[in-house]
Design a protein around this ligand. Sequence first.
Ligand code: ATP
Ligand code: MG
Length: 748
Amino acid sequence: MYRVAAENISPERDASAFYAHSMELSSGLSRDTAASTLPTLGQLLKQVGDVREEATGGDETPGHDQVLVDVGEPRSIPFVLSFNNLTYSVKVRRKIALPAIMRGQRRPSPTEVDSLDGESFSTKTKTLLNDISGEARDGEILAVLGASGSGKSTLIDALANRIVKESLKGTVTLNGEVLESRMQKVISAYVMQDDLLFPMLTVEETLMFAAEFRLPRTLSKSKKKMRVQALIDQLGLRNAAKTVIGDEGHRGVSGGERRRVSIGIDIIHDPIILFLDEPTSGLDSTSAFMVVKVLRRIAQTGSIVMMSIHQPSYRIMGLLDRLIFLSRGHTVYSGSPTNLPLFFSDFGHPIPENEDKTEFALDLIRGLEGSPGGTKSLVEFNKSWQIMKKHTNNADPVDQQGLSLKEAISASISRGKLVSGATNNNASPSSMVPTFANPFWKEIAVLSKRSITNSRRMPELFGIRLGAVLVTGFILATMFWKLDNSPKGAQERLGFFAFAMSTTFYTCADALPVFLQERYIFMRETAHNAYRRSSYCLSNVFVALPGLIFLSLAFSATTFWAVGLDGGFTGFLFYFLIIFASFWAGSSFVTFLSGVVPHVMLGYTIVVAILAYFLLLSGFFITRDRIPSYWIWFHYMSLVKYPYEAVLQNEFQDPTKCFVRGVQIFDNTPLGAVSTSLKEKLLENMSNTLGVTITNSTCLTTGSDILQQQAVTDLSKWNCLWVTVAWGFFFRILFYFSLLLGSKNKRR
Ligand SMILES: Nc1ncnc2c1ncn2[C@@H]1O[C@H](COP(=O)(O)OP(=O)(O)OP(=O)(O)O)[C@@H](O)[C@H]1O
Ligand SMILES: [Mg+2]
């Protein structure tokens, strides 16, 4: 009965009813900023039940109420995440230091002994997680505690499927079923330790973009807005909603607020499992408490919350349900916070009355780590204590008859969770939820909108770029002012073209930091399928193009007439097109590099070096017919070659135009200095000798001769233009592959 009732209601309708209600609630409560009076998602979800009852005319079976979150009442447990015998080791390659070799094989220090496994001294195996087991249930917060370096982040990574399968031993199951990667991406969220946010967007905008990425298209914009507003209230961000995030250079929201925004982005679609790596580090105790309180509320809406935490305060401890204490990758305690005193008194180290429980535990663990036996005794004691507890305490049996994964997800979706276009009437769990919430074009639209908003908030970036292009154009225009058609003028034209074409590429280098800055945001977003990588590449193109058109126009307009280039308006049009194509190819090339280099400085070094080689082999310094055959491949790869040859042809294509006439033949030779009458005599003698009449007005070198001399003969100007454009596409495709291969943020 319940299944039928649940399936009759489309998720969209559910969600809209839910948001309508949450909106009513939040608008009523938003004036009241006290966090305690804000509705929890659990309460909000209760409203869904009421709405659904209205929708079905109250024809609901008690079975449905059972799956509704009702904190405090006993209910079946829909989700149990168990992990068993997780072991993760890495191979550590030691640098072979010269003194060590000379001294022979050095004996490892005692601290290295327990992690040493292999025989070879140059590579050793370090065990970061050692046989860790445990369980987390929805409605609860599982906290991983331990000193720095104990393996907390590693454990969270292991559970969040951020370690490659081959390296991680043991099993992680949800309701007894191994989670496939695609499914995990959709139903879980991982909040990184660092807040990776766009500094110039406001809190509300940041959450709204997240909503547009992660919530399905079927949900109208107003519903998405409502979800964002409800989330802002839930996260206690009402007062900071219109403030920009900020960074080192711009004042923005506080650290605690930023943390909550980071969490908000990842829970926008209401995930079933939420992983957080130290969500409270760097926050004062009140902000930290606020964050954990928010997490508690999220858990109560039917999510599993799992986080690592350095040293929880007394108040925070009160919000945690399960603890795992780690020491050098071993579990030293796992259980509820209330059992902690009993555990340590059984171990023979009772916690003194007036001492903080966690502080005592961490101090004791640290003390043991420093002792000769290490924490081995505590690890062993924990194992036997767990077994003993299992035997003596039958009141807390493992819920064997919990729902299957499919049923649990289905029930969860019908409660309004996982707002990602999910349907609950398919056969397998993985087909219940689509991989991406939105279609391709929608992702491009949202990504472009976000980029444009970002650039509009930082107009100085484009301003600097335009300034650089205009200054270069101005210097070139004045240096090569109104070149004439003499042999010298022709020579100077060649120099102008070589320089102008390579500067268009150099000014593209500032595209380099764009992706490098965004890279980690991109990785976070794509790790959970917020959008496709291809959408990112395309939106990158769409956003860049208008700027490139503007820059090309600015550059060509400042130089074309000032230098006195040939071809009139059609000549200018082609000149503009080829400069635009160069900007396009250059920016694509630099964007591709930004996808593969790890650091801005390295990126600049590579860009500058490669562009210098491109220029060297473009055919300007050494013409194609004189380039050594073993470098000729680089000549064809040179991005500067094609636009350079194109502008040369655009300039020298007119067959009637003359660049060396009569006595000008002696210019640039030692005879250039003699008087004109002598030159005319020489010309006459030459005519007689050669048997052809060469007068002072005879044209000796036309534009096509110059093209021949420069060996610009293999491609027409239009073909050069197309090749340049094609290079741009080629590098964009390479950029896409670099994103595909380079953004796998899993540990090996
Ligand atoms: N790739 C690796 N190679 C070698 N050692 C590693 C590697 N990754 C992590 N470690 C080591 O594993 C241990 C656990 O690291 P982890 O980041 O999980 O610690 P943590 O408990 O999260 O510490 P913190 O509280 O400082 O964040 C550390 O000693 C770390 O140096
Ligand atoms: Mg850590």
